[in-house]
Write a protein that binds this ligand. Structure first.
Ligand SMILES: [Zn+2]
Length: 509
């Protein structure tokens, strides 16, 4: 079989596509309620998909296609003795033969069988039925905590966890400096979403060592910091805004002697929020001040509920390595949905390969990738992937119209955050007359100024930077004296993700 990740870019491109067509033929077309119907309605046969450009015959799937009936996106063959919810194909003889062989040789080993030997259940139920359930029966789901409030679940089967997740989540080990015995503190909040479960899956299926704090509301930040410095931890896994909060507390606690310097801190893995260059620099500076290692590294992860797994950088600034074996990736033009050439900007679209449970073909992530993706060998780990070149923006949500100007919210955030002397901030988008959608837009910035800086000159610099980068001038800048209060308010809404931009306008684009 060889190592899929050692193939050349061309070999891998071909192999990935071949795996996809086989998957469409053997699993999606027969057993996926939504795509089976869509293929039939559009007169598409699996054999029509012979080369990558044939994929265009399959329309892009959007969240709005998925939301009304998420169960129709779970692959589900018809099984004897079970009522079928959708009109899918009967489980094929090929799968049943596989389960028979697995049952006879008890490989992979099934422990449930140990406990049911006295129940006089037939071979078909106890052995074959069990193998069938391990492959197709949903055993876990989590949902995205998206801002729309409409949860979209991703369902996993036992096979999902032990085949695609096990391999893709093990990419945690792709960094040369990540040693087998590295211990990580997971400071993501405990919640049924991918960010949290990715870490759990990485530990249990990829064999990485860690402790999960379940976030600041379960184990207070102060206690987490003591735990980190006393427990021999070397890595932090976090959302960037919470990591900044956490490290600032650590700097204070180290300075006051409440915690020992974090001298084992060698890396942090950040995900769920974009990591800009200036934010990277700020986090690295804080890590150094908290006593972290000199060669402290910051790597990014990227994922979303629908993907069912997240992807990593193997090295600081190596860019995200998208898995090409269990996914087929495309970047498409946001207007026409036509694929763009390699390295060109567009919206990231993915198809699952060899998954069970919830699966998608050509699912639009809605993420706009500024420099696209390229199939290439990574200079750091020497492996071949589809590399994703930032920045990553939500095609729709990350922009707003402010006073008639299209503003990238990340630009606005960076413009304020990168100003010297800014300790913390929050931008408020409001109307001149509260609740009146026709009155003028207002941009208000609340600032906490770092000790030792002159508040007036910091405000002047913020005004200048925001105008320079977004073409919009803040209407008002409020200097907040109570730094801690502002920081608490920032995290008040979700407890973990900083709310840097508050939208108060009744109607906005
Ligand atoms: Zn690499």
């Amino acid at each position: 079989m060889g190592n899929f990740y050692l193939k050349s870019a061309d070999e891998q491109r071909e192999a990935s596509f071949r795996r996809l067509t086989k998957y469409i033929e053997e699993v999606i077309y027969p057993y996926h309620p939504y795509y089976r119907k869509m293929f039939q309605e559009n007169g598409i046969k699996p054999s029509d998909i012979r080369k990558p450009s044939d994929l265009l015959k399959i329309p892009v799937t959007n969240k709005d296609d998925y939301r009304p009936d998420p169960i129709a996106f779970i692959v589900q063959p018809k099984v004897p003795g079970r009522e079928a919810k959708y009109d899918t194909g009967k489980i094929s003889g090929k799968f049943l033969a596989k389960y028979a062989a697995q049952s006879i040789f008890n490989y992979p080993r099934d422990c449930a069988d140990l406990y049911r030997v006295n129940f006089k259940e037939g071979f078909a139920y106890r052995k074959i039925g069990r193998r069938l359930a391990l492959e197709w029966n949903p055993i876990h789901f989590h949902a995205s905590a998206g801002s729309t409030g409409d949860p979209t679940p991703a369902v996993y089967t036992y096979r999902d966890l032990h085949v695609p997740v096990k391999e893709t989540a093990s990419a945690f080990w792709a960094g040369e400096h990540v040693k087998w015995d590295i211990r990580a503190l997971n400071i993501f909040p405990g919640a049924p979403h991918l960010a949290f479960f990715q870490v759990i899956m990485g530990k249990w299926l990829g064999g990485a060592s860690g402790f999960d704090t379940f976030g600041g509301s379960i184990v207070p930040t102060k206690r987490q910091i003591q735990l980190f410095s006393e427990g021999g931890f070397a890595a932090l896994i976090a959302i960037p805004s919470y990591l900044v909060y956490w490290l600032r507390r650590a700097v204070d606690m180290v300075a006051s002697g409440e915690a020992k310097p974090l001298e084992n801190l060698t890396m942090a893995i950040c995900a769920a929020e974009p990591l800009t260059d200036s934010l990277r620099k700020h986090i690295k500076d804080l890590a150094a001040r908290a006593g972290g290692c000199e060669d402290f590294r910051l790597v990014q992860g990227y994922g979303m509920t629908e993907m069912k797994v997240a992807f990593y950088e193997c090295h600081e600034n190596s860019n995200i390595h998208l898995n090409p074996k269990y996914f087929y990736w495309e970047v498409v033009d946001p207007e026409t949905n036509e694929p763009v050439p390699e390295g060109e900007p567009g919206v990231l679209v993915f198809s699952h390969i060899d998954w069970r449970g919830t699966t998608f073909l050509r699912y639009s992530t809605g993420d706009f990738i500024a420099r696209g993706i390229k199939w290439e060998r990574c200079p750091h780990c020497g492996l071949t992937y589809q590399m994703m070149y930032p920045s990553i923006m939500r095609a729709k949500k990350d922009f707003t119209k402010l006073k008639g100007t299209r503003v990238a919210l990340m630009e606005l955030i960076s413009a304020v955050r990168d100003t010297n002397g800014v300790y913390q901030f929050q931008a408020i988008l409001d109307k001149e007359v509260e609740g009146d959608e026709f009155s003028r837009d207002m941009l208000i910035i609340r600032l906490a100024v770092q000790d030792g800086y002159d508040a007036d000159s910091v405000c002047g610099d913020v005004r200048k930077n925001v105008k320079g980068r977004t073409e919009v001038t803040p209407d008002r800048i409020i200097v907040e004296q109570d730094k801690e209060k502002l920081e608490l308010e920032l995290f008040a809404k979700t407890g973990i993700k900083a709310e840097y931009v508050v939208e108060n306008r009744p109607i906005h684009l």
